[in-house]
Design a binder for this molecule. Structure first.
Ligand code: ATP
Ligand code: MG
Length: 411
């Protein structure tokens, strides 16, 4: 039989790939905790309506990218393409809509049927933060500052720029939509097929098009600024003031709209030129209508998600390979004592391994090949005297240490 391969657009995380991946999650979780975010884990698949209802009928994700199937019991389910909808569903399902604010961190796999390329996969992974409850722009600024601190802690903030925009409130958007329809209708023939369809159903989505002809027209399209209500403009001004106060550098980009339908007011992306076409590493915004869509009361919220693969690619260096201790018995008699030392090391929190076969020379070779930092060698004579030889494999120095003190000696 031919060896089986991973499904197109999926990959295995092994060795340094997985160390980088975990470093991103651990760093993010740690920084998010300093802002008061606690981790939630929601299911990887949900009732299809959790996404179909909320991401918008015309979003790329819903129309082209979802992994949906009918299970054996006839339920229509979907592998989650993003994390926010599931978190809002969980908020409502667990009766937490009266216990606000909720500050949620999550990390895990997401699934989208996309054309795989560098930085774009069918199973990918996200970290994300959701701040559910507050309607004040301070919340938006905190969520963004948290993202910025995570990029800083990962050592990659230098090559990344924060771009912010406002999508206004409903009145602003209605007025802006009308202006966009007027503009794009005039240039209808120049639009891609897809954007002609968007023009009839969701014209703001044209601003997010990746088609070259569309982009040329988008460059001259009206921006939202003149259509903002006084309240929406004031919200945006306060956001920018808070960002300045937090010391988070940003630039305004009036072209940012989010790929999903549920956003209002704040929209933002952290972008880099270091990843080619897939330059957005972190993206988010305010989604005040989503919890209500999920069957809860009207509940303001703001959050972001970041692609772990894209963040990992930006990390400067490989993560250090963990270095352990090789325990090496010489002769059958020493094995019992060796196993005792082995467990004492592990129970002291040290990484310790024992070879399964081979003489002293083979085992020493194996120890240096796996990058062990020390070897604990136990021969019959040593065991008789209740000691072991502990060899530092970096310096080559060796010391005789009582068996009961080996763990303390190596810590
Ligand atoms: P894009 O415009 O690149 O398709 P998007 O708007 O669909 O992005 P979001 O839904 O905002 O992306 O997801 C947030 C982040 O998740 C992205 O900025 C990116 O870092 C990551 N991401 C999204 N889709 C993928 C994917 N298919 N493969 C890897 N990472 C992804
Ligand atoms: Mg996408």
């Amino acid at each position: 039989m031919n060896a089986l391969q991973p499904v197109r657009g999926t990959s295995d995380l092994i060795g340094d790939d997985h160390r980088r991946h975990l470093h991103v999650i651990d760093t993010a979780r740690h920084v998010a905790a300093t802002y008061g975010f606690d981790q939630w884990a929601t299911p990887i698949f949900e009732d299809t309506r959790v996404f179909a209802r909320t991401l918008g009928d015309t979003s790329d994700v819903v129309t082209k990218e979802m992994y949906s199937f009918v299970d054996r019991g006839g339920e229509d389910v979907t592998l989650r393409p993003e994390g926010t909808a599931g978190v809002c569903r969980a908020l409502v399902s667990n009766g937490l809509t009266q216990s606000l604010p909720q500050k949620v961190f999550y990390a895990g796999p997401m699934f989208r049927y996309e054309r795989p390329q560098k930085g774009r996969y069918r199973q990918f992974h996200q970290i994300g933060c959701e701040l559910i409850g507050p309607s004040e722009p301070l919340a938006d600024a905190e969520v963004i500052a948290c993202g910025w601190d995570i990029l800083t802690a990962l050592g990659i903030a230098d090559g990344v720029v924060l771009e912010v925009n406002t999508l206004g409130d409903r009145d602003s958007r209605d007025a802006y939509r009308a202006a966009l329809v007027a503009y794009f209708s005039e240039h209808r023939v120049g639009l891609s097929q897809e954007s002609q369809h968007r023009l009839d159903h969701n014209p703001m989505r044209i601003l997010d098009s990746k088609d070259d002809a569309d982009r040329r027209l988008v460059a001259h399209a009206p921006t939202i600024a003149p259509y903002l209500t006084e309240a929406a403009a004031a919200f945006y001004t306060r956001l920018k003031d808070y960002l300045a106060r937090f010391g988070v550098p940003f630039r305004e980009n009036p072209r940012i709209v989010r790929g999903l339908d549920y956003y209002s007011h704040t929209a933002f992306e952290f972008v880099t030129s270091r990843l080619g076409a897939q330059g957005t590493v972190m993206a988010g915004g305010r989604y005040d209508g989503l919890v209500e869509e999920m069957g809860g009361p009207p509940t303001p919220a703001v959050g972001w998600a970041a692609g772990i693969e894209r963040l990992s690619m930006l990390l400067a260096d490989d993560r250090p390979v963990p270095r352990g201790i090789a325990v090496i018995p010489v002769g059958d008699v020493a094995e019992a004592a060796a196993l005792e030392v082995l467990q004492s090391l592990r129970h002291a929190g040290l990484r310790a391994e024992i070879g399964y076969r081979g003489n002293l020379k083979r085992r020493m070779e194996r120890a240096s090949k796996t990058g062990a930092r020390a070897a604990v060698i136990l021969g019959e004579a040593e065991v008789g005297r209740g000691v072991a030889q502990v060899k530092n494999l970096d310096s080559g120095t060796q010391a005789e240490v009582p068996l009961t003190e080996v763990a303390a000696h190596l810590r």
